[in-house]
Each structure stands twice: as C-alpha cells, then as structure tokens.
Design a protein around this ligand. Structure first.
Ligand code: XMP
Ligand code: MG
Length: 189
C-alpha cells in the first residue's frame, strides 16, 4: 500500500503555500542527525522535546541519530490557540528523568520570540546538567526577546505563521507531512 500523500489530506485545500515538502524535511533531518551523532559521540545525550509541536520532529530526529541516547518530554504552552505569542509561558508537564551531569539537547519545532525556550532552559538548568544546547527545526527570522543557545537549525524561515509536521493551528494540521502557510481566510473563519 502506498503512503498517504499530503494532497489526499482533507486539510490540504486550506494551505496557501508549501514551504518544505516531506522529502525536504527528511533530507534536512538526516543531515542534522549525522551532525548530532558526531558531536555527541561518547557523551551522555538526552534529547528533550517540548509538547506538543516538537514530538514529530523528535521522533524522526532520534532515528537519524546513531548513538545511544535517552529522551524526555516537557510540556510548555504560550500560544493559547492563536497565531501570536502571549509572552506568558506555562509549564504543563515537567521531565521525569534525572538530568544531573547529562548533555541535554532541547528539540523544538520552532523558535519564534524565544519566550518558550527561555523558560524551558531555565527550568532544566536547575537540575545541573553538564550542557544544554538547542536544536530547532525552524528558526523564524525576527528579533528575539531572549538569547537562546541555538546550536542546530533545520531551516531559517520568514516571520509567517506555519503549520504541519507537528505545528498546529487550533490543534489541527499537525499530521501534515509538509510545512506550509495557511490561506488567510482560514484565520478569519
Ligand atoms: P516563542 O515565541 O515562545 O514561540 O519562541 C515558540 C512556540 O510558539 C509556537 N509557535 C508556532 N506554532 N506555527 C505554529 O504552529 C508557528 O508559526 C509558530 N510560531 C511559534 C510553537 O509552539 C513554539 O513552541
Ligand atoms: Mg501550537
């Protein structure tokens, strides 16, 4: 059976423009995986993703990394279902692993203002890990409210609201394999 293509997805007509296809994403994730594999060889890597948007990226990135590593999940929310950041970040779930002395790589879907990652990093630092670095699939080209230790970037994108590959608008579109911009009428509906 052939895999479901995005064009068969009932949400596909809502998309104005595809920025990255599933093939583009997969090839970039493999490159990131190779870099992380060589940079973290011999270290005690723990990848930590941020719910919910980061988990699709984490799932693919983990399988592109060829060294032993653990993963954990942290819950953070700042968006409240809209398309602009509120600046107020709520931690909805803490990690469960003991992170003392570990080399943490925070795996995030998108870096926008930096509010979310800033709060997450401050929380993780309390456990005194050996290091904390960040891997973002998408890096929005815009002024940042906080300095973020961004070590790996998938793609630099313009300051537009995007969906797909884990990213949502009102909890939908996460299951698209591509990353895309929605038609303006979707927001006004
Ligand atoms: P900040 O501003 O805290 O934003 O760096 C990061 C979080 O906001 C969400 N975000 C988006 N979600 N499309 C989305 O679906 C976007 O274009 C977008 N920009 C930011 C995302 O959850 C991220 O963790
Ligand atoms: Mg969201």
């Amino acid at each position: 059976m052939s895999p479901i293509h995005d064009s068969e997805n009932e949400l596909f007509p809502d998309l104005a423009r595809v920025l990255y296809t599933s093939a583009d994403i997969s090839s970039r994730v493999n490159e990131l995986g190779r870099q992380i594999t060589s940079d973290y060889r011999g270290r005690s890597l723990v990848m930590i993703s941020i719910l919910k948007g980061g988990i699709i990226f984490l799932g693919d990135l983990m399988r592109a990394v060829a060294i032993p590593h653990a993963f954990d999940l942290i819950g953070a929310s700042s968006y409240k279902g809209g398309t602009s950041t509120s600046g107020k970040v709520i931690i909805t779930k803490d990690v469960t692993l003991d992170l003392r002395g570990k080399d943490i790589l925070v795996v995030e879907d998108i870096l926008d203002t930096g509010h979310t990652l800033n709060v997450v990093i401050e929380l993780l630092k309390i456990q005194e890990p050996a290091s904390i670095e960040v891997c973002c699939l998408l890096n929005k080209n815009r002024p940042r409210a906080h300095e973020i230790p961004l070590r790996y970037t998938g793609f630099d994108i313009p300051d537009e609201f995007v969906v797909g590959y884990g990213l949502d608008y009102r909890e939908l579109y996460r299951n698209l394999k591509c990353i895309a911009v929605l038609k303006p009428e979707v927001y006004s509906a």
